[in-house]
Design a protein around this ligand. Structure first.
Ligand SMILES: [Zn+2]
Length: 58
C-alpha cells in the first residue's frame, strides 16, 4: 500500500465571485472581491449610486 505519495495541486485559490445587482439601475455585473470593495467604496460603476453589501449575491 502506498500512501502519501500523491501530491495534488489545489486548483488556484478560490476566486471570490459575486453577482452585483444595482438597486438603482438594475444593472447586473459579476465581480470579484476586489471589485466588490471598489463598488462599495465608489458606488455602482454604471450609475454611481452608492450601494451596500446587500446588493451582492454569492
Ligand atoms: Zn447602478
Amino acid at each position: 500500500m502506498s500512501d502519501g505519495s500523491s501530491e495534488r495541486s489545489e486548483s488556484e485559490e478560490s476566486v471570490d465571485e459575486y453577482s452585483f445587482t444595482c438597486p438603482a439601475c438594475s444593472q447586473e455585473i459579476s465581480v470579484n472581491s476586489e471589485m466588490k470593495t471598489a463598488i462599495l467604496a465608489n458606488g455602482c460603476p454604471v450609475c454611481t449610486e452608492s450601494v451596500d453589501t446587500g446588493c451582492f449575491d454569492t
